[in-house]
Design a protein around this ligand. Structure first.
Ligand SMILES: C[S@@+](CC[C@H](N)C(=O)[O-])C[C@H]1O[C@@H](n2cnc3c(N)ncnc32)[C@H](O)[C@@H]1O
Ligand SMILES: [Zn+2]
Length: 177
């Protein structure tokens, strides 16, 4: 039995961004639910020490120290959404685990989210999304970028939206360099 939900309008195919990706198999309307992440709720220490080394990147972050992920090889395929990151994403978040279309999406388009919408972490990674507005280097603190806060308003994870609200009031938001 699947742990995550993927709309019947999606399919997993080879991606130009990385490995396999999630694609629209039919037209998807703005704000339609595309996927819901399921798995176990685990803390960062457990993720880093026991999950990532065995299963790779399989989680989504749902709060400062909480993630949802599969914990066994068998569960991996049942939990994976295969959504890659893009700096020109077409999916956003509703709450902390539900992915929705941020605009009307045509059949055949790759379904991507921007990790800035879900992550508050300390990583830095070269982006291969290929979008004209690619940031080239992604970091786990990209949610702090003012331009992204404006672009993705209403589509951040609920836990990040709360942080952004507090952050804006402290006037510390950064510009993209
Ligand atoms: C949850 S997986 C996404 C599915 C993955 N393509 C697969 O086939 O398993 C997330 C991983 O995909 C890769 N990835 C996704 N989007 C990327 C991007 N824009 N640039 C570089 N790597 C990316 C990274 O290795 C990341 O850790
Ligand atoms: Zn990019």
């Amino acid at each position: 039995m699947r742990l995550s939900y993927r709309s019947s309008k999606t399919e997993v195919l080879e991606s130009k961004i990385h490995g396999r990706g999630l694609f629209a198999a039919a037209n998807i309307a703005k704000d339609e639910i595309v996927a819901v992440k399921g798995g176990h709720i685990i803390d960062r220490k457990t993720l880093r020490e026991t999950i990532t080394p065995r299963l790779g990147p399989v989680e989504i972050q749902i709060d400062d120290d909480l993630f949802i992920a599969p914990v066994t090889d068998e569960e991996r395929e049942l939990s994976m959404l295969y959504s890659n990151h893009s700096c020109n994403a077409n999916l956003g978040m509703r709450g902390d685990i539900t992915f929705v279309a941020m605009r009307d999406i045509c059949a055949g388009e790759e379904l991507t989210h921007d990790w800035a919408m879900t992550d508050d972490d300390d990583y830095s990674l070269e982006c291969k999304c290929g979008a004209p507005n690619c940031r080239k280097i992604l970091t786990g603190k990209d949610w702090q970028l003012l331009e992204l806060q404006k672009r993705y308003a209403g589509y951040f994870s609920a836990y990040l939206a709360r942080k952004i609200n507090a952050y804006c009031h402290s006037e510390r938001s950064r510009e993209i360099p």
